[in-house]
Design a protein. Structure first.
Length: 337
């Protein structure tokens, strides 16, 4: 079996690549031709995968890529996904997160419509949900460029499935974390701070608020669901979530506890209460995935956070052991970036 992963160098892409390799897949992935490409998440498997320059903004490049690779499965994970909801770059967010999947679907339709496709949709499509927990039938009313673009992609995937009979499955993904999450995200900032405090590198972490609730799962669990969707004989859309809501306060508590610290001694909260308390928490009902795919998350909330803190502790320990051998320094720098 041959798989193509757009966004293979991201958090989800790297875990999915590992998972597919473990199942004997020939794994291909896309990277953008920019000076800032980061390969650290796949550095340990880069010799086992095939990387191709391609961009969801380039229709012709995608057609050529599908024609060259001839994949059995395509996983579209590439997106403008930084945690600012797309307001800093709304046009680019809509181009990548929305129109990108249309270009990819057109490439598949023209080259080989038998290819199975996974589209990474987002819980951000719900906007401010009015029902709890959220299901596949909860109204989609996004309030951000990222959510709106993801909704467009989600609807177009369903349209191509209906119009052309393409096998497309959309995973409506709730928040998922891992040691590979970037520092732009508040969750990783918390685990990073817990490790820094433990090692005496800082004393305080300042957060604007700790009131909001979220459904956090482990990215390594979620990529199994992506694959399971494409193995099912029928195409469908699925919520991928744990079904458990936790506050950011609970996240802080678990992170600092993993470092044998009391979060209250080191976290400074600028404000408490406010509008977030009145919102329905983002919590997904994954019953359809559990029933039809037999998918269940395996890593608990506490275990996931402990993994993140331990990885951050290991990173900082590695930074303090600069190799004297100049020949090994470049590899060392890649491993800690």
């Amino acid at each position: 079996m041959k798989a193509l992963i757009t966004g293979i160098t991201g958090q989800d892409g790297s875990y999915l690549a590992e998972f597919l390799l473990s199942r004997g897949y020939d794994v291909h992935g896309t990277v953008r031709r920019t000076s800032g490409d980061r390969l650290d998440r796949v550095d340990h498997i880069v010799h086992r995968i095939h990387l191709h320059y391609a961009d969801l903004l380039d229709q012709l490049a995608l057609i050529r890529l599908i024609e060259k690779v001839q994949p059995d499965e395509v996983y579209n994970l590439a997106a403008q996904a930084f945690p600012f909801s797309g307001w800093d770059q709304p046009d680019l967010t809509c181009q990548l997160n929305g129109l990108g999947i249309v270009r990819l679907l057109e490439a598949v339709r023209l080259i080989d419509p038998r290819i199975r496709i996974f589209q990474a949709s987002s819980a951000e499509m719900f906007g401010r949900p009015e029902e709890y927990p959220q299901t596949e039938r909860t109204p989609l009313l996004p309030t951000t460029p990222c959510g709106a673009a993801k909704l467009y992609a989600h609807l177009m995937a369903g349209g191509y499935r209906e119009k052309y009979g393409l096998k497309i499955c959309c995973g409506i993904l709730f928040d998922h974390e891992s040691p590979r999450r970037s520092l732009e995200y508040i969750t990783r900032r918390i685990t990073h701070a817990a490790a820094c405090v433990k090692l005496g590198l800082q004393d305080k972490l300042t957060l604007e608020s700790i009131d909001f609730c979220c459904d956090w799962g482990f990215a390594g669990d979620y990529v199994r669901a992506f694959w399971m969707m494409l193995q099912h004989p029928t195409s469908d859309d699925y919520i991928v979530a744990t079904g458990q809501a936790h506050t950011l306060e609970e996240f802080c508590e678990a992170a600092f506890e993993a470092a044998d610290l009391d979060w209250r001694d080191h976290v400074v909260v600028e404000r408490t209460g406010g509008p977030q308390n009145d919102l329905v928490p983002f919590t997904g009902d994954a019953c359809r995935a559990q029933r039809k795919l037999l998918w269940e998350p395996e890593v608990s909330f506490e275990e996931m956070i402990k993994m993140m803190v331990e990885a951050d502790l290991a990173r900082h320990s590695l930074k303090n052991r600069v190799p004297s051998d100049v020949a090994n320094r470049e590899q060392w720098q890649r491993s800690i970036s």
